[in-house]
Design a protein around this ligand. Structure first.
Ligand SMILES: Nc1ncnc2c1ncn2[C@@H]1O[C@H](COP(=O)(O)OP(=O)(O)OP(=O)(O)O)[C@@H](O)[C@H]1O
Ligand SMILES: [Mg+2]
Length: 278
């Protein structure tokens, strides 16, 4: 679904190349978490994949980017909007500000594409039901809480039915309840075989939901692979990426009682199973 071959990128006004020779293949239906310390290039990488680099943000890019079997240079902007959906960190910045109700807000993208009225209504109704936001449909978009806004923002992306969804720290401004609501949606999207890229600092959530994790450091891929294998490894802490809390605890217990945890868990569920087996 997504393939990057030897991709490097340097921002116009920066001296150094930020993204360095990235090679990456993401299959349809994969749920990939991207982690790494601040400034490691996570957002830049997302912007490369969704094609706004180098179109809107200038710089020097090299290598090949293939999205859904097409070279990114051959994908038109409208087509890209239907192929790749992007959800930002700040839910409020995604609300258009010109629509009176949540229903109209969700319909906005489809209107811009010139989709027929009947079809728009059906698709918006379906998404509202899918995300269980019936209670928000007649509310004013600018009167929503952070968590509600983020769910509406996600609804306006899902209604376009993109194959690929990129989330860049979608829960960083949300409380625990709002965060859980967003992750419930991510789980639902995964069950629909969407290809999902999630940049997230909440490592416990990545451990719980992603299948695969990519650790970026200084614009390079440091680790790429099975979520369990990478997140349970203490090595990631040397790169300022924290381990899931249960993994940390399990390592600390093993330091005192060698072999207590035969497998280092990354989720509470795994931890429970491991303890029960003991
Ligand atoms: N438009 C830009 N022009 C020049 N430099 C930029 C631009 N955007 C980001 N940078 C620089 O590129 C580097 C990587 O930024 P990026 O936003 O991709 O990191 P990140 O991993 O998403 O960080 P964070 O965890 O803080 O969101 C940073 O040093 C940043 O200052
Ligand atoms: Mg970022």
């Amino acid at each position: 679904m997504i393939e990057l071959k030897n991709v490097s990128f340097k921002y116009e006004l920066q001296e150094n190349t930020l993204i360095k020779n990235i090679n990456l293949t993401i299959d349809e239906g994969e749920f990939v978490g991207i982690i790494g310390k601040n400034g490691s290039g996570k957002t830049t990488l997302c912007n490369i994949i969704r094609g706004i680099i180098p179109d809107f943000i200038q710089g020097k890019i090299s290598g090949d980017i293939i999205i859904d079997d097409k070279n990114i240079d051959d994908i038109e902007r409208g087509e890209m909007a239907e192929l790749v959906g992007f959800v930002f960190q700040n839910p409020f910045s995604q609300i258009s500000g010109i629509k009176k109700t949540v229903f109209e807000e969700i319909a906005y993208g489809l209107e811009n594409l010139g989709v027929e009225r009947e079809e728009i209504i059906k698709r918006v109704e379906d998404v509202i039901k899918l995300l269980k936001i019936e209670d928000l449909r007649d509310k004013a978009p600018n009167e929503l809480s952070g968590g509600q806004s983020q769910r509406v923002a996600i609804a306006s992306i899902i209604v376009m039915n993109p194959k690929i969804l990129i989330f860049d720290e979608p829960t960083s401004q949300l409380d625990p309840l709002g965060t859980q609501e967003v992750f419930d949606i991510l789980k639902l999207l995964k069950s629909q075989n969407k290809t999902i890229i999630l940049v997230e600092h909440k490592i416990d959530m990545i451990a719980e939901y992603a299948d695969r994790v990519i650790v970026l450091d200084d614009g390079e891929i440091l680790f790429d692979g099975d979520c369990h294998r990478i997140l349970s490894n203490r090595k990631i802490e040397e790169h300022n990426v924290s381990m899931p809390i249960v993994s940390k605890l399990a390592h600390q217990i093993n330091d005192r009682r060698q072999g207590f945890f035969k497998n280092i868990p990354i989720t509470l569920e795994e931890c429970k199973r491991e303890l029960e087996a003991n």
